[in-house]
Structure formats: structure tokens, C-alpha cells
Design a protein around this ligand. Structure first.
Ligand SMILES: N[C@@H](CCC(=O)N[C@@H](CS)C(=O)NCC(=O)O)C(=O)O
Length: 310
């Protein structure tokens, strides 16, 4: 087991679009990783034990450190495996902006088209689960009615990516693939799997169509399967590497040791309680202790998450 304490354990499921973003990043960096398959709908008892209640996918685990949200996962992978970098030089701000666009505006247009177009995965249990997740009706009929409008939205978003590639470059930032490519690609990969008619639209966007092939060819690095039970045993046996650190510019005076509650600001807001270990402008980490796992440190991004002092 000791050799797996520093291994990448990736909690995911095959058709998860956000997981695809990270799988492409494993490919870009040529990493070895373990896939821990999680259910597509609740309950997810092993995952929520590890995360303190966060149920979204994917989640990255390395030993007793648990990283929630792809924003935080990307930053951690880049920190631990800096070569080759996901960024072209030090100016990284716009890559994060593009990622935020892909995860919110672009993703919402893609979801509307995929489910309005009749994706097979939307059975009764899936719909009930996603209604609970979002607190809104998952109305497939309304999405089907809106499909023509959403296709227009989608074409416009895809057009921006196509325009960025018009000088013939292979990837969005040049000759080498990086974060921008993984962030822009996963929504298109999701559509290719669940809404094959997207191929007709891609055929009208030749730069983008070519780029899809190039990103697809990167692959996913070197994947091995691991059971959920083994991943929990690793969390139990490992010790977190995260050290307490105060943030001198913390806008609300939070300090290590404070009891805090963290929740996403969009859907799946399940509050997660713990003791603050470290925070800065882009990261917040809390410690939780359970009989089953002992101490685990759970990491979240700041953008897109609310922190409330308990
Ligand atoms: N902001 C999150 C979004 C993750 C997300 O919405 N993931 C989807 C699957 S791709 C999800 O968790 N859906 C509900 C579920 O699987 O339980 C991130 O970047 O990781």
C-alpha cells in the first residue's frame, strides 16, 4: 500500500464530462493514475465519506488529501507534476477565465443540447437525481422544445473556438496542448458521446474539427482500476501533507483552526463542515475527522465556492 500513498486516485465515471477534462490533462502530462469508479447518481457513500458530503464528480485523492472541483484538481496536478506545463509561460489568468466560461456558460448550452436532443442516459432515476441536485425541474420536453434555440447558442460558442484556431495552429495556445485545450475539449467530447448530430455542426467548423482530432489523439495517460474500498484504506493509512498557513490578505479574517462551512455557489450546494487548515485567493482546505478514515484534508477552489464561518 505504501507505494500508493502518493499515487493519483481519480474518483470519476466514464461519461462524466468534467472527468474528461482531467483525463486529457493526465494525457498531456503522460501520468499514471488509478480510476476509482463512482456511481452516476446518489447514493455515493464512499465518496461522501471521503469528501465530507461533496457529491460531484470528479474528485482527486492523493493519500489523505482530497481535492474537489476540477479547478482545484488542475491546480494541484500542475503543482505536483509541473512538466510539461499546462500553461504557455507565466501569464495564466486567461486560461482560468476560459476554464470558467467552459464550465458554466458553454457547459449549460451543451447540457441543453445533449438532453434536448434525447440523450439515452436521461432515464427516470437520473432525472430525479439531477432534479434534487439542481433544485429545479429537469424537463426533457422543455429542453427538446428549446433545442433549435440552444443549437444557435452552441454554434456561437463553438465559433469562438474555431476562430482562435484560424491561423492553422494545432492547439489553442500554439504547438503544444495545455489547460485551454482540455477545458474547451471536454464539452465537445461529451456531445460526441451523447449527441452524435454535433458532427454535422463540427463539419462546418473545419479548424475546430481538426483540433478535436488532435486533442482526442492525446489520450488519457496510463490508467489502472482501483476499488472504492482500497481508496478509502489508503486515506485511512496516509497522513495529509497540507500544513496550516494563514492568509495575510484574507478578506474576512479567517484563520487556521476556524470552524467553517463550504458550499458551491451553483448546483449541488451540499454544505461541508470542517476546520480551516490553509487558504489563499484560489484555495481553501479544511480538516475533517471520522472514525472510518481518521483525519482527511479536503481542498476546494475559492471562485465558485462560498465559505461561511460556523
Ligand atoms: N464545478 C465542478 C462541476 C462538476 C460537475 O458538475 N460534475 C458532474 C458530472 S460531470 C456531476 O457531478 N454531476 C452530478 C453527479 O455526478 O453526481 C467541477 O469543475 O468539478
Amino acid at each position: 500500500m505504501t507505494d500508493k500513498v502518493n499515487a493519483i486516485l481519480f474518483h470519476q465515471y466514464g461519461p462524466s464530462p468534467f472527468s474528461e477534462k482531467i483525463r486529457v490533462i493526465f494525457g498531456i502530462k503522460g501520468l499514471d493514475w488509478y480510476a476509482v469508479e463512482q456511481p452516476v447518481i446518489m447514493p455515493k457513500p464512499e465518496l461522501t465519506l471521503l469528501t465530507g458530503g461533496y457529491r460531484k464528480i470528479p474528485v482527486l485523492q492523493i493519500g489523505a488529501d482530497v481535492y474537489c472541483d476540477t479547478q482545484r484538481i488542475v491546480a494541484e496536478i500542475e503543482k505536483r507534476y509541473p512538466t510539461p506545463s499546462l500553461f504557455r509561460g507565466p501569464n495564466q489568468g486567461l486560461d482560468w477565465c476560459l476554464n470558467s466560461w467552459a464550465d458554466r456558460v458553454f457547459f449549460q448550452a451543451v447540457v441543453a443540447v445533449v438532453f434536448g436532443g434525447g440523450a439515452a442516459m436521461a432515464d427516470e432515476a437520473f432525472i430525479a437525481d439531477r432534479e434534487k441536485l439542481t433544485g429545479r425541474a429537469f424537463d426533457v420536453e422543455a429542453m427538446a422544445t428549446a433545442l433549435p434555440m440552444m443549437k444557435e447558442q452552441l454554434r456561437s460558442h463553438l465559433g469562438w473556438l474555431n476562430a482562435e484556431l484560424q491561423d492553422g495552429r494545432k492547439f489553442l495556445k500554439g504547438d503544444m496542448p495545455g489547460f485551454a485545450d482540455a477545458a474547451a475539449f471536454y464539452n465537445i467530447a461529451f456531445m460526441l458521446g451523447a449527441y452524435p448530430a454535433i458532427k454535422d455542426m463540427l463539419a462546418t467548423l473545419p479548424n475546430l474539427d481538426k483540433w478535436v482530432g488532435a486533442v482526442h489523439a492525446i489520450g488519457h495517460g496510463n490508467r489502472t482500476e482501483m476499488s472504492r474500498e482500497e481508496s478509502l484504506a489508503i486515506a485511512h493509512d496516509a497522513t495529509s501533507i497540507t500544513r496550516p498557513q494563514a492568509d495575510p490578505h484574507e478578506p474576512n479574517g479567517l484563520v487556521p483552526g476556524d470552524a467553517v462551512t463550504i458550499m458551491a455557489d451553483d448546483y449541488g450546494q451540499d454544505p461541508i463542515q470542517g476546520e480551516l487548515v490553509t487558504s489563499n485567493a484560489h484555495e481553501i482546505a479544511i480538516k475533517r475527522t471520522t472514525d472510518e478514515l481518521g483525519d482527511v484534508v479536503i481542498h476546494f477552489p475559492r471562485a465558485g465556492f462560498f465559505v461561511i464561518k460556523s
